[in-house]
Design a protein around this ligand. Sequence first.
Ligand code: TEU
Ligand code: CA
Length: 543
Amino acid sequence: MRTSRPLPWWAREAFYEVYPRSFQDSNGDGIGDLPGVAQRLDYLKDLGVGALWLTPFYPSSGFDGGYDVTDYCAVDPQLGTLADFDRLVAEAHRRGLRVVVDLVANHTSSEHRWFLESRSGRTSPKRDWYVWRDPRPGGGPPNNWLSFFGGPAWTFDPPTGQYYLHQFLPQQPDLNYRNPEVVEALLEVARFWLERGADGFRVDAAWVLVEDRRFLDEPLNPDWRPGMRERERLVHVYTEDQPETHHFLRRLRSLLDAYSAPGEERVLIGEVYLPLPRWVGYYGAETAPECHFPLNPALVELPAEAWQAGALGDLVAAYEATLPPWAWPSWVLGNHDRPRVSTRLGSERARLAHLLLLTLRGTPTLYYGDELGIPDGAIPPDRVQDLAGLREWGGRWTRDAARTPMAWDAGPNGGFTTQSPWLPLHPDARERNVASQRQEGRSMLNFVRAALHLRRERPALTQGSYRAQRAPDGVLAYERAQEADRVVVLLNFQGSPVQTGVRGRVLLSTHMDREGREQAVALRPFEGVVVDPGGARGAQVVG
Ligand code: TEU
Ligand code: CA
């Protein structure tokens, strides 16, 4: 996107992912719900984010945290009603907050009426809504494709003698996007939520919607090593990133554009885990756009040991160089599928990571609770809810750990619920919660809030250009500039202090204890700062 034009809201604002079951319980059943989210909108407004992404709140069969939908056009009774959704949207809009909902497009629940009809017989009018294949000659699954959650991507259905495809759980049969009726049905679902005021969609599993129609075996991955996920034994040439997937996303984008008005765009965000050269394909083309931005998995997947100035600088440079000029970057630190950033990096580097997230060029997406530095929860085996995730990670990790309830105050259950919560809160919830961190001047919460507000106030940070700067070893340095507004960001990713030659006014430090003019900014271990160099000169970072 050319930066001289005023930015659309989805490029200007920070997004915040809410896992509704874990945000706020409003009726004392231990499960967070939509009215609960509505109660906490003032918090989000004050924090400084501009849009919420709600993970699925639809009726579901409960095998995959809501991602096994039984009815796309309703609300799970545990989480509320359609009227609660309408109120949530109205209350959000009243505060200038946007609401994006999850579109679970790749698959339905096996209990969805479409699938029940489809599996009822080979001549069912909905048979072709899913991907059914005969056993391979001599028996067994049609090919070697593997599911994300372990085991084959095919399950046999004895009454009709065929296998159906599921990229995820057997309880999540893949829809057949080669059938135009399926495309229409999903667009109809999208219309339903747009009519109710949703500001857009995060399309779930957007890079695996369609498979190659020859159903050939996928080649073995020569780089697979024990410890890697089972699905990675194969190279996904036939099950990921197929051209027809892009066709659907283009259709969906056209629909969103038809529902958009200047300043009131409906946004299309895609979940896309692919290497950068193919990941950028999900923006589509300038004249045939797809996602406004795909969620960027790079920082979510970056191993802790690679959080070094050099590697990060290269990573950002690669994104800056690969994105076409009209495409807008996206940055993410964590989500409901991966270990939390505090656990991956430790609390000091989690602050640095947030300063990076909130000062890079592009739309940042925060994950609820990370603004408090919540670590992965310890989930006793008898309380594990996410069996799918346990399978995905070979039993080594459960996604529940990253989905524990938000802590609002030092009261019982962190103010999340008056009853026993569906998952235990993090162990230090009595100290690590919104109320206590509000009072503590230098808390993670106050830091993230300050960074979000600084980002809003400075055009350089919201829409300015990005330019890497030379810096001493261990320091990632870059300048953001929008016309006369300029800031320099210095991030010390090493455990020792370092002197930079930067002169100017420190606007914000991860340590929250320095502000003001300095002759040569020195950084403490793992400290990051935003500096206003003031005037045209003096910003050069000298090693
Ligand atoms: O996730 C898709 C998904 O495949 C990634 O989580 C994946 O497991 C891996 O990290 C990619 O390399 C989405 C949702 O976010 C997840 O919660 C659902 O379980 C999944 O789709 C199925 O709907
Ligand atoms: Ca509840």
